[in-house]
Design a protein around this ligand. Structure first.
Ligand code: NAD
Length: 503
């Protein structure tokens, strides 16, 4: 039996209970259908077949989940943090034990290639271990004494929080947001993306098995404009951590205004990889290809704009075309596959619409440029060359395996092009000139920059974007700044003068 056939056989075992019972919400420790009884269909992007029915949560379900999270909050907040740490480590252990199931289910639900998803589950486990280890110090503060007062600062969890996640690498991103919230002592209502609900349900099961108290983490499936909107508007939800499109972030800000929600946004990107002529060009080529064509290009940190110095552009782009044409598009459960299908038909239509836009704007399609396969939402990895910085293909987030190459003559022009977009999530700079790297990164408008490297995530470092790419940072202690309130307490150290009125 081939590896693909083995994976398909395992898939059926893993999905059997979802196929039979559908995916339910989880509120106050109880698996429940939507209060309205409504469901929606979840299809696989691989062959368009029905995976399962999913509870279509709405305002009533969000209200029940928010109440459960509010009720569970005091006990979770006051639990000795070493116990929170133990539970979070148990969750990590169980994620590792079920990594194969998570990877296979995620591939089928999202179209992501198995070679990448097999690692995503382990990264999810690491998120729980990393933040679990920090739970005991999350409340730590400082003393800032003044002549008359012993000033103490401490941190307290903000309360029940809403977490809204997208369909790209949904398992990893759910763990990335939920783990720090739990470590901080917050309770959670999670609304996963409607296009990829399977692994959020598996993760919820894992948390229950690990002994997480009922109501600490609640799951409500449904659509953005129904369950998502209700979550952002709920009075008992004190903050919203959101990962998704920039325009959705803007809607959430408006929806949360009446209840003064604190918001944390990880949004879109149009990230440049800038290759100077003095760089190690073989490594730059490997990294540029990896950062746009892995994960189907459905990756917020993808290097979707290649800015290449004119003196080396012809040769660099020639090698790029050869490599792009060799990238293997195929079944996501085949270990040889490098690119699987895009998440859904509307997204495929969006991505392929840029092929005509590129042509009519005067760019060249140097590789790919068409959908492929007779079922499922597959697209060939695509390269646009001869693009100008103001073209739509150089400005808008396409969110697929599509790279736009633009040439530049010198450092100033490279910087102007790199910064000339609405977004500012990541940047990748390739040069062996250290002073240029320092000068350039200093002026590059991005929340995260790598020099002579692809994106290598290190959990203690801050993750997030500037401009339309986001608000706030996650990672290390930065996550706790969002999920916790700073609290000041001043203790008088003597009998200092108090101004006297009405005496
Ligand atoms: P999306 O904004 O369409 O949806 C994300 C989530 O928001 C879903 O759960 C959806 O149901 C919900 N939602 C939609 N409308 C809502 C509303 N009015 N109120 C509340 N919730 C609502 O995004 P997507 O298409 O699922 O994901 C792709 C996008 O996510 C891309 O733009 C990508 O760059 C971005 N992303 C960013 C990061 C980052 O770290 N910066 C990481 C991953 C993805």
């Amino acid at each position: 039996m081939s590896s693909l056939e083995q994976n398909l056989e395992k898939l059926e075992t893993y999905l059997a209970r979802f196929r039979q019972d559908g995916i339910l919400n989880q509120i106050g420790g109880e698996a429940r259908p939507a209060a309205s009884g409504a469901t929606f269909d979840n299809h696989s992007p691989v062959d368009e077949s029905l995976i399962c029915k999913v509870a279509r949560g709405g305002a009533e379900d969000i209200d029940a989940a928010a109440k459960a999270a509010k009720e569970a909050f005091p006990a979770w907040r006051d639990l000795d943090a070493s116990n929170r740490k133990k539970i979070m480590h148990r969750i990590a252990d169980r994620i590792v034990a079920r990594a194969d199931e998570i990877a296979i289910a995620e591939c089928w639900d999202t179209g992501q290639a198995h070679r990448f998803m097999s690692k995503a589950a382990l990264r999810g486990a690491e998120n729980f271990r990393f933040f679990g280890d920090r739970a005991p110090s999350a409340r730590d503060g400082q003393t800032l004494p003044s002549p008359t007062l012993m000033n103490v600062t401490t941190r307290v969890p903000i309360g029940p929080v809403g977490i809204i996640t997208p369909w790209n690498t949904p398992f990893m991103l759910s763990t990335w947001k939920i783990a720090p919230a739990l470590a901080a002592g917050c309770t959670v209502v999670h609304k996963p993306a409607e296009f990829s609900p399977v692994t959020a349900r598996i993760l919820m099961e894992i948390a229950e098995e690990a002994g997480l108290p009922a109501g600490v983490w609640n799951l409500v499936n449904g659509f953005g404009e129904e369950a998502g909107k209700a979550l952002t508007e709920h009075r008992d939800i004190k903050a919203i951590a959101f990962v998704g499109e920039s325009k959705t972030g803007s809607m959430i800000m408006k929806q949360g205004a009446d209840t003064l929600k604190r918001v944390h946004f990880e949004l879109g990107g149009k990230n440049p990889v800038i290759v100077f002529d003095d760089a190690d060009l073989d490594r730059a080529l490997d990294a540029a290809i990896f950062m746009i064509y892995s994960l189907n290009g459905e990756r917020c940190t993808s290097s979707s704009r290649l800015l290449v110095q004119e003196s080396i552009a012809e040769d660099f782009q020639k090698k790029l075309v050869e490599r792009v044409n060799r990238i293997r598009v195929g079944h996501p459960l085949d270990p040889a596959t490098e690119i699987g299908p895009l998440i859904h038909k509307t997204h495929l239509d969006k991505v392929t619409s840029y092929f005509d836009i590129a042509k009519s704007d005067g760019a060249t399609i140097a590789a790919g440029g068409e959908a492929t396969g007779d079922k499922g939402w597959f697209v060939k990895p695509t390269l646009f060359t001869g693009a100008k910085p103001d073209m739509r293909i150089a400005q808008e987030e396409i969110f697929g395996p599509v790279l736009t190459a633009i040439t530049f003559t010198d450092e100033d022009e490279a910087l102007e092009i790199a910064n000339g977009v609405d977004y500012g999530l990541t940047g990748y700079v390739w040069t062996n000139d250290l002073t240029r790297a320092l000068r350039f990164t200093n002026k590059l408008e991005a929340g995260m920059i790598w020099v002579n490297s692809e994106n290598v995530r290190h959990l203690p470092t801050p993750f997030g974007g500037v401009k339309a790419s986001g608000i706030g940072r996650d990672g290390g202690d930065w996550s706790f700044e969002f999920y916790m309130e700073q609290k000041h307490i001043g203790f008088a150290t003597g009998q200092h003068h108090i101004p006297q009125l009405g005496k």
